[in-house]
Unconditional design. Structure first.
Length: 88
């Protein structure tokens, strides 16, 4: 089982809201960030059971992607890589 594109919110949603979710022991969020005049998709993930604010910083992973459909797919693939890495 994996996170599929249909499980993620479309870019039109991410333009306005942070998307939070969890997948088999891993929590994550995606949100639009503007850096140097360009939009990026920031992704963060961390282990359950705690909320982001209550998780130690060293247990969190972050990565930025272009705010495009391809960037959204790359973010999905990154989350699956992180999940594989963390489950072991």
């Amino acid at each position: 089982m994996e996170i599929e594109k249909k499980d993620l919110m479309p870019l039109s949603f991410l333009k306005k809201e942070r998307y939070t979710a969890s997948f088999q022991g891993m929590r994550y969020f995606m949100e639009k960030k503007e850096e140097e005049g360009e939009n990026h998709l920031l992704v963060a993930c961390w282990p359950e059971p705690f909320a982001f604010a209550y998780t130690k910083e060293e247990e969190k992973s972050y990565k930025s992607f272009p705010f495009t459909e391809e960037g959204l797919e790359d973010a999905r693939a990154y989350l699956m890589e992180e999940w594989e890495r963390r489950k072991g």
